[in-house]
Design a protein around this ligand. Structure first.
Ligand code: MN
Length: 574
């Protein structure tokens, strides 16, 4: 049993890594002009090969037949196999990455499924003008956790931002929670005792918090100790040697991006170096307290004097700072990057990438220790902000013992957590609460208390005088109801356009639901866009959620037989 558990986990890891690469890293037009979703990964018993099942939705403008689209997708993936395996090898440290075969998942064809759902409801979406078949890849409604609230409040987010931007936000903000690799706390995947495939270095739990022992911070299976030390040393050397530098956070910056950059800027200036943070968009209001005259607002149109180093923090690839790419590559004699995103694609000369770090700020703290620097309260507050926001205030599963040990150490430097927490979490506008009250009053609980749904219309935003970002938090709130497994939050984007965000708590894969409507996402956080009115969307989504729960019960009779986790009698009638 244990073995198949591990094998299942490896399949899940691979599924998540490839899904993520499809969203961002695989630039082959055969892959980018259509919606490809990974539905399942079947790893052979000895771990030597894996079958990756996909569904393909073509763009309706290409004129290709669905079969052409599928063939193109399979060809594109076959060509990218080497690259995909390399990334998997880096993210899941196994000695042998399974050989990959891509196959169409015939069981999950969108078209067939959609018409069945619509027929059963007697509803047809109106023919949209352009392409109903390629809606946005990912829902970006923030996870609704506090990190998302922090990041998006006033993040300069314009209505009508692009879907790519939205998908970015899922990654930039709280949806890390649902991102596969990070779900794994140290010890959760134990590859150590397997005799079959991919033994790693030994898992260990003892972390000491002395500068000398910095290397013990790391979950041992992430990177070989030597490899991680070498990466850290390279960055440390670059920082030591550089007399001047530009620091790059990602755009639509969140607490971790700004916190990491502000801490570095502070530390470097204290050493007498010339350091500035370059940003291309406004810093969110509630993160402004970290900017002690550190930020230069700039974009591609300007030329800046060349400095010794350009260093990007919390950026998983060059597209994370689209208007500053040229500055990054041209304005520094050397380039470096520190990041913790699992799907990181290296773009700098020196890289310290640890997907098991809860936040880039955590890595920055280790780096300062490694360099033997004395860390002051200001840098500690910035690091605290990065860690607190990226872990959803220490709630997400990326929070580890190490996260808490580092945080505990920050307290030793006299940080003012009360001040920070008020700025980050206790600064809502009354309009936001009015909007939430309106949304909550239309919430429905269904499926015997196991599902919840709520919606917001453009009129409601207007009536509450609220910003679109101020509906963040709803999806998590309605998921957090006792007994609820799946929560759907419907957000009107325009005429006949509704964004659906799904959240699940435990066992339902909401990406699976979203895929049926041409969307995507992660196991516990996913979404899709419906080109229908709000009134039409609600029953379709309720039906799909119901179906997912029913399917789960059918496949897991032992689970269905268990009494529901309390509270349903009271909530079921809402
Ligand atoms: Mn981060």
């Amino acid at each position: 049993m244990a073995q198949s558990y591990r094998k299942g986990r490896l399949g899940e890891e691979i599924k998540k890594i490839i899904s993520d690469m499809l969203l961002r890293d695989l630039k082959d037009p055969r892959l980018t002009d259509k919606m490809i979703s990974v539905t399942d990964v079947d790893v052979s018993p000895d771990g030597s090969y894996a079958t990756v099942y996909i569904t393909v939705l073509g763009s309706s403008v290409s004129g290709n037949t669905p079969d052409d689209e599928k063939k193109e997708a399979l060809d594109g993936l076959a060509k990218a196999t080497g690259h995909i395996r390399k990334i998997i090898g880096r993210r899941v440290k196994i000695r042998h990455v399974p050989d990959l075969t891509f196959k169409i998942d015939e069981s999950l064809e969108y078209g067939r499924h959609m018409s069945a759902v619509l027929d059963s409801l007697n509803i047809r979406p109106e023919e949209p003008e352009n392409d109903a078949e390629s809606p946005s890849v990912n829902d970006s409604e923030d996870d609704g956790n506090q990190a998302a609230d922090v990041s998006s409040a006033d993040a300069g987010k314009a209505e009508g931002e692009t879907d790519i931007h939205e998908a970015e936000k899922v990654r930039a903000y709280g949806d890390e929670e649902a991102y596969g690799v990070k779900e794994t706390a140290p010890g959760e995947i134990d590859y150590t005792e397997t005799g079959d495939h991919g033994e790693l270095v030994t898992d260990q739990h003892g972390y000491d918090l002395t500068p000398d022992d910095y290397q013990h911070f790391r979950p041992a299976y992430v990177l070989e100790p030597d490899e991680r030390t070498a990466d850290m040393k390279k960055i440390a050397d670059m920082l030591n040697e550089a007399e001047s530098m530009y620091i790059f956070p990602h755009y639509v910056a969140d607490g971790d991006a700004i916190g990491s950059c502000a801490s570095l800027c502070c530390m470097m200036r204290r050493l007498g170096k010339e350091a500035d943070i370059l940003m291309e968009d406004e810093i969110p209001d509630n993160l402004r307290f970290m900017d002690k005259n550190y930020i230069i607002y700039t974009d591609d149109s300007e030329d800046l004097p060349k400095r010794d180093l350009c260093i990007a923090l919390d950026c998983s690839n060059l597209d994370r700072f689209p208007k500053r790419q040229r500055l990054f590559t041209e304005c520094g004699r050397h380039t470096a990057c520190v990041d913790h995103h699992a799907a990181h694609v290296e773009f700098a000369e020196a890289n310290l990438i640890d997907p098991y770090a809860s936040a880039t700020a955590e890595l920055m703290y280790e780096l300062y220790l490694f360099m033997g620097l004395e860390i002051n309260a200001e840098a500690c507050e910035a690091i605290y902000t990065g860690i607190a926001t990226d872990t959803g205030n220490f709630e997400y599963t990326n929070t580890t013992r190490k996260t808490h040990l580092i945080t505990a150490d920050l307290y030793a430097h006299g940080i003012d957590t009360k001040k920070i927490n008020i700025i980050l979490y206790q600064s809502d506008r009354p309009q936001k609460l009015r909007l939430h009250a309106m949304i909550m009053s239309n919430m429905q609980i269904f499926c015997h208390g196991r599902a919840s749904i709520a919606y917001v219309t453009l009129d409601m935003y207007k009536e509450a005088d609220a910003k679109t970002s101020e509906s963040d938090g709803i999806n998590a709130a309605i998921r957090d109801i006792k007994g609820v497994e799946v929560a759907a939050f419907l957000r009107e984007k325009g005429d006949h356009e509704v964004k659906v965000g799904f959240r699940s708590k435990d066992y339902i894969d909401v990406a699976g639901i979203s895929i049926k409507f041409g969307g995507g996402g992660h196991v516990h956080a996913a979404g899709c866009t419906m080109l229908m009115s709000m009134d039409e969307t609600i029953p379709v989504i309720m039906k799909a959620v119901e179906e997912a729960l029913e399917n789960y019960d059918r496949e897991h009779p032992e689970h269905a037989a268990l009494p529901l986790d309390g509270g349903n009698a009271e909530t079921a009638g809402v």
